[in-house]
Design a protein around this ligand. Structure first.
Ligand code: IVH
Length: 705
């Protein structure tokens, strides 16, 4: 959709606009440029995963556009990036008929099934050579998009395949769905495009972390989360969920130029390439075209082996006959097209018996029920414990002790109970009784209105104290490596650790009398504790375990002060002026810093030599082995967290860039790297490192990740 020249021009215009003063001039030519630039930035960010500007710079341009349109509403056009922002919805969605019914796919489960289908295809088409495509089978919610005159007119859910819900307002929140596309460039006047709305694994995990911290119910898996989100009646909430849409089929279109059709729409592969060029997200990068059924099978098996490494969930692959003329010859049954076949991966579900439920106390006092099930193997992992999250889950899923339950493990998402099978009950099952008192300190549990979690509000409850200590020492907080969960529990039980400050005055003489504590492990522990004193401020803030303050908020807070104790004088209003801090988070921060015990803790930590100051210099100021060097990480990294690695680079004086350009020195590549890697290869000036190379490079400079 954008030629390399277009890209250079648009990226330059973006830079110029960022540099220029933000006056809201109603100059229509300038307005058009601004809209084009923002649409381009959205495409780079959401489809190509390759941002051109920093977030604040993007926000500046977006606000400018809003200001112009605010002053001149007559200039608002439906393709304006501001028009993704919805204006509210009716109580329920309208039902709409699909232009072409949305069929499902026939399933195959092994190589033999695919060979048999290959044989049938050849008989049907009457050829002994057929070209196939193979692409991922995305595990999300089916969607149909209808464009007319280059504009997105309608989006609908699959529904029953014939009728679906009109969810256009929500689809407009999905930034990888173009609001306009140059379909008429190939003579296409109207078109219905099919695809899948998904939530990437990392986005899904982040959503649930936030929901747990806020006391809300968790979303079971990315598939349910995607389909549930499409039906939310609040488009602003939909926008927050980070949905992504991949388009994989053109089901209907009208074209004024037959010859263009012959060129582009003669095969599935070229049709998807065309959509990709127009700015849609498609499977082309992961697709194979071949006329060998052996190669089809190998591609399916290769993806099954890599399933856990992919950034999104797939439950199989889809093999399609490539030539549309052949597809037409084969036609369809009332349920599925004959020209496509799903290759389903091995099930990640198993049934087991629910033996008992334990109730665990979390860091913030939330009571988490955990189902103990008879251990079962699911996709290579033995599952014996499954979190039930909260009481509502137990009731909604109608769970009883002794029930047979269906358990699913979706990728690296934690296992969960899909449902119970009440039809298998024999009358010996028992109701699960949720405790009224804390299973550890016996204080009465409370439930705040609007929350689903029961909580123990006794902050001295020993379970909470231990969990808080574990959190403080954890990898993403103060990172005290040798003080693991087991040691913390042991030190707590023997009275050596009562609170965070005790970590820094541990009695090593007593510890040396403990089993398995030799001179070496004591030395390691001492060094780890000593090193943690100089951790960056945001790690301390995160480690304190202030409710609703995750890693990102901790970073925002750390940047806003020179000493953490300044927050004593901050009120909610001032906190809310910081990025991404809302009233609820602000209130929790104010509560924390107005508690005398917490202030006393900070004073003690100061006396003990723990860094309470924002000493984190900007990258440009830090001198080190990476001074003047630029880095970028791409793809899913398996051996370390991107955040940590970026911090290490900065601590050595290096700088993190947001995109690949001639200014980039090192690109560190994880699994499934996409356009950034390709671009770096094309440039030829970037050093491309895999995770091991990067770890070695740090090691050479005395840094361990
Ligand atoms: S093609 C007429 N391709 O799987 C053919 N479907 O179990 C339409 N799905 O209803 C389907 N990834 O929602 C196709 N690459 C892919 C797919 C895909 C996921 C979904 C789709 C379909 C369901 C069938």
């Amino acid at each position: 959709m954008y030629t390399p020249q277009d890209e250079i021009l648009l990226a330059r215009s973006a830079q110029e606009l960022v540099q220029s003063p933000t006056e809201a001039t109603p100059d229509t030519a300038a307005l058009e440029v601004l809209k084009k630039v923002l649409n381009y930035l959205d495409w780079k960010y959401y489809v190509q995963d390759d941002p051109v500007l920093a977030d604040q710079e993007y926000d500046k341009l977006f606000k400018l556009l809003k200001a112009i349109e605010g002053a001149h509403p007559e200039l608002i056009s439906p393709d304006s990036p501001t028009q993704r922002v919805a204006k509210g919805l009716n109580a329920s969605f309208a039902t709409v008929a699909h232009y072409v019914p949305m069929l499902s796919l026939e399933n195959s489960y092994n190589a033999d099934d695919l060979r048999e289908w290959d044989r049938k295809c050849k008989v049907f088409v009457g050829k002994d050579n057929i070209s196939y495509t193979v692409e991922p089978k995305y595990d999300g919610a089916g969607i149909s998009l209808y464009y007319e005159d280059n504009q997105l007119q309608r989006a609908a859910t699959r529904g029953d395949g014939v009728f679906g819900d009109d969810i256009t307002v929500n689809a407009r929140q999905i930034k990888s769905i173009p609001l306009t596309a140059n379909l008429s460039g190939k003579g296409v006047q109207s078109i219905e495009i099919r695809g899948e709305v998904i939530i990437k694994k990392n986005v899904f995990t982040a959503i649930n972390e936030k929901r747990i911290a806020a006391g809300l119910s968790v979303l079971a898996n990315p598939r349910n989360a995607a389909s549930g989100t499409l039906r939310i009646q609040d488009p602003a909430e939909v926008a927050k969920r980070g949905l992504h849409a991949v388009l994989y089929n053109i089901s209907y279109h009208t074209n004024q130029h037959q010859q263009e059709d012959d060129q582009v729409l003669h095969s599935h592969y070229s049709a998807l390439q065309w959509l990709d060029q127009l700015g849609f997200a498609t499977p082309v990068k992961d697709m194979l075209r071949t006329d060998s059924i052996d190669a089809v099978i190998a591609h399916c098996e290769a993806f099954e082996a890599r399933r856990d490494e992919l950034p999104f969930e797939i439950d199989g692959m889809v093999v399609k006959v490539d030539l549309l003329a052949d597809q037409e010859t084969m036609g369809q049954t009332s349920h599925h097209p004959r020209w496509a076949m799903a290759y389903k991966f091995k099930a990640r579900q198993a049934t087991s018996k629910l033996q008992k439920v334990e109730f665990q106390v979390g860091r913030t006092g939330n009571i988490g029920p955990v189902a103990k099930i008879a251990p079962v193997h699911i996709g290579g992992v033995t599952v014996g414990s499954v979190s039930l999250f909260n009481e509502d889950v137990i009731r909604e899923k109608d769970l009883m002790i002794g029930d047979t339950v269906l358990v699913e493990r979706a990728g690296d998402v934690i296992p969960y109970i899909v449902k119970s099978l009440p039809e298998l009950r024999d009358g010996t099952e028992e109701i699960i009784v949720f405790p009224s008192h804390c299973p550890v300190c016996n204080d009465e549990l409370v439930k705040t209105e609007g929350e689903v979690a029961w909580r123990c509000v006794n902050i001295n409850c020993s379970a909470q104290v231990v969990e808080r200590l574990i959190h403080f020492a954890s990898k993403d907080a103060m990172d005290i490596r040798n003080l693991g969960d087991a040691n913390i529990k042991r030190f707590f039980e023997s009275g050596l650790l009562k609170g965070i400050q005790d970590i820094y005055r541990l009695d090593f003489e007593t510890i040396s009398t403990f089993n398995k504590f030799g001179a070496k492990s004591i030395d390691n522990l001492k060094t780890a504790i000593e090193n943690s004193k100089q951790q960056a401020l945001h790690r301390l803030i995160y480690g304190l375990g202030i409710r609703y303050v995750g890693e990102t908020t901790a970073k925002t807070l750390a940047k806003a002060v020179t000493d953490i104790r300044e927050f004593k004088d901050w009120n909610e209003e001032r906190l809310c002026s910081l990025e991404d801090i809302g009233p609820k988070v602000a209130q929790s921060i104010v509560e924390f810093f107005s508690n005398e015990d917490n202030i006393h803790l900070l004073e003690e930590l100061d006396t003990l030599g723990i860094n309470l100051k924002n000493t984190h210099q900007s990258a440009a100021d830090t001198e080190g082995a990476f001074s003047g060097k630029t880095f970028l990480f791409t793809g899913s990294l398996s051996q370390f967290k991107r955040n940590n690695a970026e911090e290490k680079v900065e601590s050595l004086g290096g700088k993190i860039l947001s995109g690949v350009s001639s200014k980039l020195n090192y690109l560190v590549v994880g699994a499934d790297a996409g356009s950034k890697l390709e671009k770096a290869k094309k440039l030829g000036t970037v050093n491309i490192l895999n995770e091991e190379d990067f770890i070695k490079l740090l090691g050479n400079n005395g840094i361990i990740l």
